[in-house]
Each structure stands twice: as C-alpha cells, then as structure tokens.
Design a protein around this ligand. Structure first.
Ligand code: FCB
Length: 490
C-alpha cells in the first residue's frame, strides 16, 4: 500500500495522473497560511557571535558520543549571517509565513541576567525584513536551547526556570510585540521533558524519570506565565506547539489497548489535561505514582497553566504502534532495536507504523495527521489549529544538473497536506501549515546526517539549492491547493 492510498477521505488520490490536479477537490480553505519552520539552534550557527551565551545544546554536542559524528551547532545553516539570502529564498517560495525560534541565550545570556541588545537586534531585523517581504513572522520562544546557566541551577525540573522563562517572554514581547501577531511559547514540551531528562538522548542528556515529570510541569508552568506576560505587554495571539502522538495498538488485544492508554497518558494527556482542562488525568497520576507524587504542583499552578489558548500548533511526522511488551511485539521489536527509556510508557514498546519509511526510519502514515488534527479539534473546540511542523528526511543529493530530485518528499508532503485538507473539510479549524523545514539543518542527535529542507544546504560552502519539493511547495502555496507531483517539474 502506498502512502497516498492511506490518506483519509481521498480515495482517488493515486488514480489521478500526476500533473493533472483537480483544483476543485484539492483547494485549501480560504485564507489558509502556507509557511515553513526552522529553529534557532538548528540553523543560526554563530554560536559565539555578538555576546550569545552557551545553551544546553552546545554542552550536549560537546559530550563525546552524544551527537552523531560529533556535530555541533556550527556551522548550522549560517543563517545568522545569511538572513537576507534566506528571506529572498522564502520570497522565491512564496511563503506567507515563517516560523522561527528565538535563541534565549542570544537575547538573555545566562537566562536571567541583563538582556543582550545585539542578540535582540538580530530578531528585530529579521522581523522587519520578513514584514517588508510580505511574510508574516511567527516566533517560538523556546525550541530547546535553554541557557546553560539555568541547567546548572537545576534546569526545567526546577521551578525557578519557569519564572525566568516568563521574564524572557516579557523581554521579547516588549522588543517585537508591536509587529508580531502570533506568539508561540514552547515547541514540543514532551521532547524537552522526556527526551532531555528521562531518555537522555536530547540535551541536557539526563536520565532521571522523576525529574522529567517535574520538567514537564515546569515547562507548562513557564508556558502559562509567559502567556500572561505576552498578553500584558503586547496583547497578541498566544499559542503552544505540541507533538500529539498518534498511537495504534500492535494487536487488537486488551493488553496492547491498555498499553496505548498508558503511552497516550504520558505522550498526550499529561499535557492536554493541564493545558486545556487545568487538571492532570487521574489514570496518568495513578500510572506514574511509582515514579513521582507530583508534589512539585503548587497551589494555583494548574490555573496558570490553563491560560486560554488562541491557537494550538500541531507538529506531526509519524504514527506509532504500541505493544504491551517486547515479547508481544515479536519480530517487530527486534527490527525496531532497543527503545530509549521513556518514563511511564514502560513496559510498552513503541514501534514505527506504516509500511513506508523515511530516511530516519520514521513510518509514513498520513492518516495520523488526520487523526491528530481531528482529535485536537475535538479536545479544544473553537481553538484555531496550525500544523506548525511536518516533513521528512531523505538522503538528498544535488545532481550534476544542479537539481535535487526529492520525489519522495514531494509525495510525503502531498499526502500529508491532503490529510490536512480532509481534516479541515471534516470541520477541524486548521488555518495553516508550516513545512519542516525551510532549510537542511542540524537535526539534533542526528547531527547533519538528516536533511529535511525544502532547500538543500551544502554545509561546507553554505550554498543553497531549492529542491524539487521546494518548487512543488511554492506551486501549492501559489495555487492555495495541493497540486499533483508534476508541479515540481516547473
Ligand atoms: C521535531 C522538532 C524539530 C525537528 C523535527 C524533525 O520534533 O521540533 O526541531 O527536529 O522534529
């Protein structure tokens, strides 16, 4: 089965000859935002420039064996110095919006000390240049680069970090708030808390299950406090970006269905409970009781966390199958290799889902996009949704003719956009889509080995080449519809 035939409510997607789009069927809703995403540590480089301080990702990269190939935030895509060139590329692609993140250690080195004017100036110029180019700036305040000093003081497991985050949000709100319509507080707090503090495969590389739950709580507290500050200083729309997990039982048996419930508890409901309903779900607290008594929850925290949200960003890449244990997972577990210890899901085993795989061995399942959007729409009725990240890594190469023929990425984007469209037609208030990523970049623990960009970056020369997928996406954005794969040929 191809990924296209898996797309919900688009049964004829594969029957249509490529290059012959049926515009009436494939149009996105009016006013749909077509954007692309990046994050500061992944693209900026210039880690020592103009007073930037160190972040936990600089420290993690310096740890032997932590990041593939010993790669670091240098050179990134050298975006700090090539901002103008990159905005020209965005124009070429016809992007309506650009989601970037602000580097906390660039604008407030140390996390709590004086602001760094040179760092703020960079985002000030970026914002102005985007607006001048007719591209809406969408900043995210925290895309994983905590100032090192705050980690030395305990990191996200410590309450004080949330208070510093709110101060930093106010600082940025004051600096850019007159020109920003949509602020995002956190990117994927599940990853920050559990990949960073439980599995230890992301910065800061700690493997402390109890601390990871405190981290999750203080990240959300930081979100709530920051949302208040942003509304106080600039009154813009405020949202958060989550990466809801789409989980399906490995076998249709009670054990695997309960394993899905447990995994869903930590992956999804631990966050949506406090954020949307001001409470941790009872079964999640019960499942996690052997690890933590949640005594880090202070009076008033849940009320602070449950600030009204103007929008929710949804990042979706892949779906997972859940088996009750390794034995139940059988051969699939062996194929999947050892799973990182993720608090609360054990002894469940998470396996890739979908028959096709991307370059990172992530399963391709556009139905999951439909699933997470319709679920979020049901859980947060009336709240605007944006797909803030979606994309795929493939081993792209620039051909002798200078072209990057990434037809697999075109299919991936197309099938997922059709799933977004199906969710919107079904009533989910999806207002926009941001491809991950504008540029090839530093893919965290995978270093520079994985390319997600619509634009290829030669990291040695920093030469940029728009990939076929970039041209295809530009055609989609221009048409406000999801064209056939042939649109990349133009
Ligand atoms: C997401 C991250 C983003 C990028 C993609 C591939 O989880 O938010 O920075 O690494 O995965």
């Amino acid at each position: 089965m191809t990924a296209s035939t898996q797309t919900p409510q688009t049964p004829n997607a594969t029957a249509r000859p490529s290059g012959a789009p049926d515009a009436a069927r494939e149009e996105m809703p009016a006013g749909f935002v077509w954007g692309a995403s990046t994050s500061a540590f992944q693209i900026e480089g210039a880690t020592g420039a103009d007073g930037r301080g160190p972040s936990i990702w600089d420290d993690f990269c310096a740890r032997p064996g932590a990041v593939l190939g010993g790669d670091t935030g240098e050179p990134g895509a050298d975006h700090y110095r090539r901002m103008d060139e990159d905005i020209a590329l965005m124009r070429e692609l016809g992007l309506g919006a650009y989601r970037f993140s602000v580097s906390w250690p660039r604008v407030r080195p140390g996390g709590g000390g004086p602001a760094n004017r040179a760092g703020i100036d960079f985002y000030d110029r970026l914002t102005d240049a985007l607006l001048e180019a007719g591209i809406t700036p969408w900043p995210t305040l925290y895309h994983w680069d905590l100032p090192s000093e705050l980690e030395e003081a305990g990191g996200w497991p410590v309450r004080d970090t949330a208070l510093r985050f709110a101060e930093y949000a106010a600082l940025m709100g004051e600096a850019l708030g007159d020109r920003i319509g949509h602020w995002t507080t956190l990117n994927e707090p599940w990853c920050s808390a559990f990949l960073g503090y439980a599995a230890g495969i992301h910065a800061p590389g700690r493997t402390e299950p109890a601390a990871s739950l405190a981290a999750a709580h203080h990240l959300m507290l930081g979100h709530g406090l920051a949302a208040r500050e942003l509304r106080r200083v600039c009154g813009a729309q405020v949202g958060i970006v989550l990466n809801p997990a789409e989980l399906v039982p490995h076998r249709p048996v009670a054990e695997d269905v309960d394993a899905v419930r447990r995994a869903d508890g930590v992956r999804n409901r631990l966050f949506t409970g406090p954020l949307l309903r001001g409470a941790y779900p009872d079964d999640v607290l019960e499942d996690l009781a052997p690890i933590s008594d949640f005594s880090f929850v202070a009076d008033g925290d849940l009320e602070t966390i449950a600030q009204p949200l103007d929008f929710i960003g949804v990042n979706y890449y892949f779906a997972e199958r859940v088996a009750a244990d390794r034995e139940a997972a059988g051969d699939a577990a062996a194929e999947a290799g050892p799973a990182p210890a993720l608090v609360g899901t054990e002894p469940a085993v998470l396996l890739p889902h979908g028959e096709e795989r991307t370059g990172m061995d992530w399963g391709v399942d556009p139905r999951g996009m439909y699933g997470v959007l319709t679920r979020m729409a049901a859980e947060a009725p009336g709240t605007d949704l944006y797909v803030t990240e979606n994309g795929a890594a493939y081993p792209d190469e620039v051909g002798p003719d200078g072209r990057v023929r990434d037809s697999e990425r075109v299919s991936y984007l197309r099938d997922h956009l059709l799933a977004v469209r199906a969710a919107a037609r079904g009533g989910a208030p999806v207002r926009g889509y941001f491809a991950w990523s504008l540029l090839d970049n530093f893919e965290w623990a995978w270093g520079y080995s994985q390319r997600f960009g619509l634009v290829h970056v030669d990291f040695a020369t920093q030469h940029r080449t728009v990939k076929d997928s970039g041209r295809w996406y530009a055609a989609a954005a221009a048409a406000g519809a999801v064209p056939g794969a042939g649109a990349a040929e133009g």
